[in-house]
Design a binder for this molecule. Structure first.
Ligand SMILES: Nc1ncnc2c1ncn2[C@@H]1O[C@H](COP(=O)(O)OP(=O)(O)OP(=O)(O)O)[C@@H](O)[C@H]1O
Length: 266
């Protein structure tokens, strides 16, 4: 009984991890394959059983390769269970940091300047930082406006913030392949959502076309934010890390997050 429940729990966890990714189609394929295997064994069909056996062997070799992004996400989530987590905003006022980001976003939204701002939390973003131009500058409204200004060398791609510093600009992020995303969401939004699905980073996106401000977190996009709401959301998310440095309290923190009213999510 307990055994069965645990298996169901693991299956559910895997499903929530791969939901919305291409892995769902593969899982459906595996279910069909499992069904065929049962049929072949019940009806005692040796040729079909032999063929399916070979397919299963191939599938087990290919699975870790095909499911690599999901496996990485799973391992990353497990790895975050360490007893002491790094404080995100550490030794500087979180309000000031969030205020600078929100002010820059407000201006860019008004002026229809596209932006992609990544805020690192626990998961290290070194591999994404390496795709861009390294920087080491204090986060400020003016710096962000300068980095995303049209026709400047670093405006394409994402800016990555670690603590209160911009560590890189012009970074390439992994695109989300989620087919359920709204059609009007182009590659900037898909890049933000993609990274937020693979890591625990917060990603702020300003649409160049509409000026819409969105926040991507855990693969979900919260759209139509104004500067004040964005600042509040960022502060809540980042402050949670400061108030609950032990992961054992994460549940508590998540409950608090859910209590916050959020605008439309997709
Ligand atoms: N993989 C990526 N990583 C980082 N930045 C990206 C990536 N793909 C696209 N971008 C950024 O997004 C810009 C293109 O945005 P696009 O118009 O395709 O997306 P969008 O979601 O419709 O955004 P917008 O509403 O601003 O038009 C690129 O010029 C680049 O700056």
């Amino acid at each position: 009984m307990l055994d069965g429940l645990l298996i169901l729990l693991i299956a559910y966890k895997i499903f929530t991890l791969v939901r919305g990714t291409q892995a769902v189609r593969l899982i459906k394929g595996l279910v069909v394959l499992a069904g065929l295997t049962v049929v072949a064994q019940v009806l005692k069909l040796p040729l079909l059983s032999w063929t399916l056996e070979k397919i299963w062997t191939m599938a087990f070799v290919a699975l870790p390769v095909i499911f690599w992004p999901e496996l990485r996400l799973l391992l990353d989530k497990l790895g975050r269970g360490r007893p002491f987590s790094r404080l995100v905003a550490g030794n500087f006022p979180l309000k000031a940091l969030v205020g600078e980001i929100a002010a820059a976003v407000e201006t860019m939204s008004r002026d229809r300047v596209g932006a992609l701002i990544v805020i690192e939390r626990e998961t290290g973003l070194k591999e994404y930082v390496q795709t861009g131009t390294p920087l080491d500058a204090l986060v400020s409204r003016l710096l962000l406006l300068q980095l995303f200004a049209k026709n400047t060398p670093l405006h394409d791609g994402a800016v990555i913030i670690k603590g209160n510093r911009v560590v890189a600009a012009g970074c390439y992020l992994p695109l989300s392949l989620d087919e359920r995303l709204a059609r009007e969401l182009g590659t900037r939004h898909r890049a933000g959502i993609g990274l937020s699905k693979l890591t625990d980073a917060l990603v702020v996106i300003v649409s160049e076309e509409t000026g819409t401000v969105s926040l991507a977190e855990n693969g979900t996009l919260t759209r139509y934010l104004d500067a004040t709401t964005l600042a509040e959301l960022l502060e809540t998310r980042l402050a949670v890390e400061q108030r609950f440095p032990w992961r054992v309290w994460e549940w508590e923190a998540q409950k608090k997050r859910k209590k916050n009213e959020e605008p439309t999510s997709v």
